[in-house]
Design a binder for this molecule. Structure first.
Ligand code: SAH
Ligand code: SF4
Ligand code: F3S
Length: 437
């Protein structure tokens, strides 16, 4: 039988939300327009880049990527730009890259089928409400499923462009979330990964006039009741909304994996104030140390921005101090990048890039030492690892409940299974081990 489908090549930059948006795009184009995926750019009829705007680097990357794609694409192939940079640059993208066929914002994903059929299609409305739209079905993995629980973000962190690319926060109706989680779990995804910019403010606002009394803790418990779901993860919670009810639900629901992302951004209360994060160093430490006390094996990850405008040496030391006290299992640290449309980009005390690089190096070397100790403490321990990936290097890979990456040589039939693994060779970023029967 000859393959009559059109071929779609898609490149996804940015965060897990973009990964999920790309899955939605693939599903819509497959069911409505008969596109199937290809990893070979040269044979693609449609090339999409799903973009990120959070720092300047991914934005420059977009233009270099589409420039290259335009040179190598097959004749007549279209190039489309989706995602957060599409939202923020809009028609400016047509000006800078005239060969682009359409520009589709991060909150306009449901219009993808229309976009591919319309010359110079532009849709970047950040008020568009897709919170109750049911997308077609496609997932990158059989074993774990991303499920969106909200769109947009109501915070106004002064460094962050996301509210300008994804608009105001709207929660997705709980019955849609539960239905989606149930379906994914029935199809084999024992791990459900809930996504939102601010998951623990879930339930604040629903589409239209709809009112519903439900918060994130209730949602976690409702998903925990789906029999086929074994593990629940989520990102990102906001430290400000980590009240006791939330921490207790997190600690007590056995299906909720014991790994918490707590985006610190800075350890200095003065910097946090200028970032408009809404919490202090003391509040953050109180929550993190309470978690450690409640759950001995919990792992805590974080995001840190160094060299935010006005960050003094003493401010930076406060960040290192929080790192020392919390001993994060994982840190995503970046140099502050001034973003258009944000308040902090206008602050007149921007920090020299070389100071930023030095601070980032110091932070990373301290974190490396912390990680070495954490890794060694895991030697000879046995962990239940949910195997969800066969890697190109031939290893099977999976995560412990508290999110440590483990690789093992084993049988492909282990995919989708939870295997007990004894750690024999712990490295900073990955633990290697053997199965114990
Ligand atoms: N909603 C999430 C963050 C999404 S953006 C939260 O509040 O945690 C992901 C991360 O990118 C942020 O946590 C922050 O550390 C980083 N980030 C955002 N804007 C940035 C900027 N202008 N410069 C450098 N890093 C930034
Ligand atoms: Fe950006 Fe702050 Fe919203 Fe996170 S909470 S997406 S950092 S504005
Ligand atoms: Fe995600 Fe980047 Fe947008 S981090 S929300 S894709 S700006």
């Amino acid at each position: 039988m000859s393959d009559t489908s059109k071929k779609l090549y898609i490149e996804t930059l940015g965060c897990a939300m973009n990964v999920r948006d790309s899955e939605h795009i693939i599903a819509e184009l497959n069911t409505k327009d008969n596109y199937t995926l290809t990893e070979n750019l040269h044979e693609a009829d449609l090339i999409l880049v799903n973009t990120c705007s959070v720092r300047e680097k991914p934005v420059s990357k977009l233009f270099s990527e589409i420039g290259k794609h335009n040179l190598h694409k097959k004749e007549g192939a279209k190039i489309g730009v989706c995602g957060c940079t599409a939202s923020h640059l809009g028609k400016e993208i047509f000006r800078r890259a005239p060969y682009v066929s359409f520009v589709l914002g991060a909150r306009n994903v449901s219009k993808i089928s229309e976009a591919v059929k319309t010359e110079r299609f532009l849709s970047v409305d950040i008020d568009h409400d897709e919170s109750a739209y049911t997308f077609g079905e496609y997932r990158n993995s059989l074993y774990k499923a991303y499920v969106n629980i909200s769109i947009g973000c109501d915070k106004k962190c002064t460094y962050c462009i996301v509210p300008h690319t994804r608009g105001e926060e709207i929660s997705i109706p709980p019955e849609l979330i539960i239905q989606e989680a149930r379906k994914a779990a029935k199809n084999g995804a024992k791990e459900i990964f809930l996504l939102g910019q601010n998951v623990n403010s879930y339930g604040k606002r629903f589409s239209g006039m709809r009112e519903q009394k439900i918060d994130f803790s209730d949602l976690l418990n409702a998903i925990g009741e789906i029999p086929e779901v074994e593990r629940i993860r989520f990102t990102s919670p906001h430290p400000l909304h980590m009240d006791d009810k939330f921490l207790e639900t997190f600690a007590n629901n056995p299906k909720v994996c014991k790994s918490m992302h707590m985006p610190l951004q800075s350890g200095s209360s003065a910097v946090l104030e200028r970032m408009k994060r809404g919490y202090t160093k003391e509040w953050f430490l109180n929550r993190a140390l309470k978690l450690r006390a409640m759950i001995p094996d919990v792992s805590i990850s974080t995001d840190i921005i160094v060299a935010f405008p006005g960050e003094s040496e003493a401010d930076f030391e406060e960040t290192l101090d929080v790192m020392r006290q919390v001993q994060f299992e994982q840190i995503f640290a970046f140099k502050y990048s001034p973003r258009p449309l944000t308040k902090a980009a206008e602050f007149d005390d921007q920090i020299d890039a070389t100071i930023g690089s030095l601070r980032l190096d110091r932070l990373q070397s301290m974190q490396d030492d912390i990680l070495d100790v954490i890794a060694q403490s895991r030697r000879d321990k046995v962990y239940a690892v949910y195997i969800d990936e066969l890697r190109n290097n031939g290893f099977l890979a999976g995560r412990t409940d508290n999110n440590a990456l483990v690789q093992i040589t084993g049988d492909e039939s282990w995919l989708g299974q939870t295997i007990n693994i004894k750690i024999t060779n712990p490295k900073r970023l990955c633990l290697y081990g053997d199965s114990v029967i």
